[in-house]
Design a protein around this ligand. Structure first.
Ligand SMILES: [Mg+2]
Length: 264
């Protein structure tokens, strides 16, 4: 039976708006093995579940949500149980890391940079010096250059995890280990969690450069929905394999999946 890995922003909703077919798709998928995986480390899984419930999605609980912050914490605990870290990022990152390791701004094993608020001159200085003088490993939750936000005043572009880790990389001349899509770690943690292999999974996402590219590289089947970052009409980015499904909405994907017997 197929297992589903689903991105959320640009797939289930956009801003505060639920996308066509999303509520019904979520109900259908809930009968299969599935996990919602997101590069966004800002909210904890519980906060994400609450947001989804507020939007009208039913039956999504925190355990079905894997954020890049959670995956980072789980991966670091595998690398070094009881690890010490210094983190720069939002509450979701600090919460995930503190459940698995100990914060230590003087002798950290890892300097972890997450998307969201938190970066300032002092935290940048602390992080750089931990990497250079304590040989801490630089880790970033996700590589997105920028991400979209919808505020009262309209659409806004926010710095992504890639933009926020860049000053640490420049100052230390080290490359960060990236947890989120399109790197393999978030997918691997998700498959481990579900107890499935790449051949059992379909990844559903809205971004060719992260959702689709990363899954395809691992041999996971892919479905692109054109409701987020990559609307119909944009030129396909070079070097990325075309998705197995390419649809305008989850409503359309649902009927394609039904036709192909994917839900059986
Ligand atoms: Mg997305």
């Amino acid at each position: 039976m197929t297992a589903f890995l689903l991105d959320m922003d640009g797939v289930l909703y956009r801003g505060d708006q639920v996308l066509p077919g999303a509520l019904e798709f979520v109900r259908l998928v809930s009968q299969s093995r599935h996990l919602y995986i997101t590069n966004n480390p800002i909210r904890s899984p519980l906060q994400v579940a609450e947001k989804l419930s507020f939007m009208g999605f039913t039956g999504i609980v925190a355990e079905q949500i894997l954020t890049s912050a959670q995956a980072a914490a789980a991966w670091l605990a595998q690398q070094k149980p009881g690890f010490h870290y210094f983190a720069v990022g939002a509450d979701g990152l600090h919460e995930a890391l503190s459940a698995a390791g100990s914060e230590d701004r003087y002798d950290a094993d890892y300097v972890v940079i997450g998307e969201g608020a938190g970066l300032d001159y002092e935290s940048l200085t602390t992080g750089i010096n931990l990497v250079l003088s304590k040989d801490a490993t630089l880790v970033a939750t996700n590589p997105d250059a920028s991400v979209d936000a919808w505020r009262k005043e309209g659409h806004l572009v926010l710095p992504g995890g890639g933009a926020l880790v860049a000053p640490f990389e420049v100052a230390t001349d080290r490359k960060a280990i990236i947890i989120g899509k399109p790197q393999p770690l978030l997918y691997q943690m998700a498959m481990e969690h579900l107890g499935v292999g790449a051949g059992d999974c379909i990844m559903i996402g809205d971004r060719p450069d992260t959702d689709i590219a990363g899954a395809a590289a691992l041999g996971i089947k892919t479905a692109l929905v054109r409701t987020g970052r990559f609307p119909r009409g944009m030129a396909w980015p070079g070097g990325i394999r075309k998705p197995d499904w390419d649809v305008d909405s989850l409503a359309e994907l649902m009927s394609e999946f039904a036709g192909a017997g994917v839900f059986q």
